[in-house]
Ligand binder design. Structure first.
Ligand code: CUK
Ligand code: CUA
Ligand code: CA
Length: 648
């Protein structure tokens, strides 16, 4: 990768950006001699200024609120990477402004990028025999990035798909999905977390694994037999190699997996369980007073796999070890440890000092504090009862779900039923649990609007948690925004947590339905602005290589885009041909993206500077089809076309 192509917002002085904007506009215009592009830019700028000048309507503290605004031309302090829920995508926002910067198509189709349209994206998504993507629906819940030394290294981001149990990887330099794995043997892959170091090799102080918890139990094998035999229903916990994106191992468990966490020392992975009852209906799933938080001893599992102590499930080669309770009664050899937690917990999060896990009760008004060192002690045979690893269990409010941490030992938990965020102190909770009646555990509460799901703090899932912001991703917005029909916007509410009292400082509307997000300091993210022609084996490197190349019924059309034209003004194919269009964008200017759309052939995709993409289709409709650029690139953007003639 060319270092010159890397951009870090902190290395970009304001002047530089302004200069870049002007250069881009000028280069885009060269040859056209028109000022349309420039005046369009100016209009945009004015509109932007007008938009941000409006004072926030709430509470009248305009000056105070101004602190959290990002003036026109300024950049945000943080990125927030957010799952898109049943939209199947990942979004990127600027924080504190709440500006939506990008939507990364992952499990969904996207006609801007051409995700699910181009051959390259279909190869990542996987295809049916007829060449269409294998699935077109997705359900993303959790995003986590790769770590080094306990903080983000800016390399990859992983996101789950609950509906088809897939794990996707997004490259952070291009912010595009580069691999998708469908997990074998599971349904309802919900919680996921990257590991933070190797449990055995101290040199590996970075992410090499992704842990994946599956929520639904299914009969194994799931082929129609045993549908009414509860003993055949199983859930599995999966470990995936973060580089190869191949599953390393799986673990049979009792109960389900919901959310997932990983320890800073690499030794444990955790998942909360709401259905230890193995119930099939919701009444059954809330029958027990205690469910569990389940811990996996990563080193022991990998030793067992190495020693060949595993089975496989028909149709998959992935080693499966036994993590059920019955098989793990001796702590000294156990692969798993089940820590009892009150009633249907939802969410497990580790504190930035690596000492404690907070696991919320959901149907219990409590959050349980589990001490990492005590779980390890249990595995050493030095703690009699797994429940003794619970060192705090404060009552914090109704419907606690997810917890974020600051850098001062405080936890912030979303209360779904109370529609509140509660701030509580972890050490105080531990003292109170030991019987200290004078200690104040709950420090503050703030109302959010309404019914929060995930909540997360700035850098809060790293050692560098900085205690500045908390975002509450709420499941209902009701009256918070202009009504837009029966489907409401969701609210992401920004809370300043830097002081003793939490301050709600902004409502950001978001498209349904973000679940989890992470807030990442902007200096960690370094992106490329242009591709390299050499990254693409099929690149059309020289404009002279453009043309129509026939091999029987297979026709390859090679062309390049360079503002404001495609290298072929027209091309002719015959009815029934299998046509592959390969398009390389020869523009080198940052932000100068072109696109290629073919009417009636259902093709639309972009090519970024120096990028190559391709599409394949059957030319089944004779006639003239104007292939045109759909991405406004130049004063002569509308003129940027090529005529496809399909001969009868
Ligand atoms: S789950 Cu959505 S609010 Cu999928 Cu992280 Cu808790
Ligand atoms: Cu090229 Cu619009
Ligand atoms: Ca339960």
């Amino acid at each position: 990768m060319n270092q010159d192509d890397i951009k870090n917002p902190d290395e970009l002085p304001d002047l530089g950006r302004r200069k870049f904007l002007n250069t881009a506009a000028l280069v885009g215009l060269s040859g056209a001699g028109l000022s349309v592009g420039l005046s369009a830019c100016k209009k945009k700028d004015e509109a932007g200024t007008a938009g941000t000048a409006a004072a926030p309507a709430a509470h009248g503290e305009v000056a105070e609120f101004g602190k959290y605004e990002v003036p026109p031309g300024q950049l945000d302090e943080y990125y927030s990477f957010s799952s898109g829920g049943h939209s199947g995508e990942v979004r990127i926002y600027g924080i504190p402004s709440g500006r939506e910067l990008k939507r990364i198509p992952v499990f969904n189709m996207d006609c801007l990028v051409g995700w699910g349209v181009t051959n390259e994206s279909k190869a990542i998504l996987g295809t049916k025999p007829n060449g269409t993507p294998k699935y077109t629906t997705g359900d993303t819940h959790h995003v986590h990035q790769t770590y080094k030394d306990g903080t983000y290294d800016g390399k990859y981001m992983f996101v789950n798909d609950k509906i088809h149990s897939r794990l996707a990887r997004v490259r952070m330099d291009t912010m595009e999905c580069d691999k998708i794995l469908e997990l074998p043997n599971v349904q309802g892959f919900h919680g996921t977390f990257t590991d933070k170091r190797d449990p055995v090799n101290p040199d590996i102080n970075y992410t090499t694994r992704v842990f994946c918890g599956s929520e639904f139990s299914v009969p194994l094998p799931n082929d129609g037999r045993d549908v009414n035999d509860p003993s055949k229903y199983k859930s599995l916990f999966t470990c995936v190699d973060s580089e190869s994106m191949e599953p390393r191992w799986q673990v049979f468990i009792d109960g389900n997996c919901d959310l997932v966490a990983s320890s800073y020392d690499g030794k444990l992975a955790a998942t909360n369980q709401y259905n230890t009852e193995m119930g099939i209906h919701y009444e059954d799933m809330m029958a027990a007073e205690m469910d569990a938080c389940l811990f996996f001893n990563v080193a022991r599992i990998e030793e067992a796999v190495k020693a060949g102590k595993f089975t496989t499930i028909a149709g998959s080669k992935v080693p499966v070890v036994d993590g059920t309770k019955a098989a793990n009664t001796d702590p000294k050899t156990a692969l798993t440890c089940y820590v009892p937690i009150p009633k249907n917990p939802h969410g497990v999060n580790i504190s930035p000092d690596g000492k404690y896990y907070a696991c919320s009760g959901k149907l219990s008004p409590t959050a349980s504090v589990i001490e990492h060192a005590l779980v390890l002690k249990w595995f050493d045979g030095e703690l009699a009862n797994p429940r003794d690893a619970v060192v705090g269990e404060p009552e914090i409010g109704l419907g606690p779900l997810h917890t974020g941490f600051d850098n001062k030992g405080n936890a912030y938990t979303t209360l779904f039923l109370d529609s509140q965020i509660v701030k509580w102190n972890v050490e105080a909770a531990i003292k109170a649990f030991k019987g200290d009646k004078n200690v104040k555990v709950v420090l503050d509460r703030v109302d959010v609007h309404y019914q929060p799901g995930h909540g997360f703090t700035s850098m809060g899932e790293t050692r560098e948690s900085d205690g500045k912001y908390f975002i509450s991703d709420n499941k209902f917005s009701k009256d918070r925004f202009l009504p837009v029909g029966p489907l409401h916007a969701e609210t992401a509410q920004l809370i300043d947590i830097s002081g003793d009292k939490m301050k709600l400082v902004a409502d950001h509307s978001v498209y349904s339905e973000p679940h989890d997000s992470i807030i990442v300091r902007r200096d960690i993210i370094k992106t490329r602005q242009i591709y390299n022609l050499d990254d693409f084996p099929h690149a059309v490197k020289d404009p002279k290589d453009s043309g129509v190349f026939r091999n029987g019924k297979k026709v390859t059309v090679k062309l390049i885009s360079q503002a404001p034209a495609f290298s072929l003004r027209e091309f002719t194919v015959k009815k029934g041909d299998e046509v592959t269009v390969i398009l390389t964008n020869h523009d080198k200017v940052e932000d100068l993206t072109h696109a290629f759309a073919v009417p009636k052939y259902d093709i639309n995709f972009i090519v970024n500077p120096q990028e190559t993409k391709s599409v394949t289709f059957i030319a089944d409709k004779p006639g003239v089809y104007w292939c045109y650029c759909t991405n406004f690139c130049h004063a002569l953007h509308l003129e940027m076309r090529s005529r496809m003639i399909v001969e009868p």
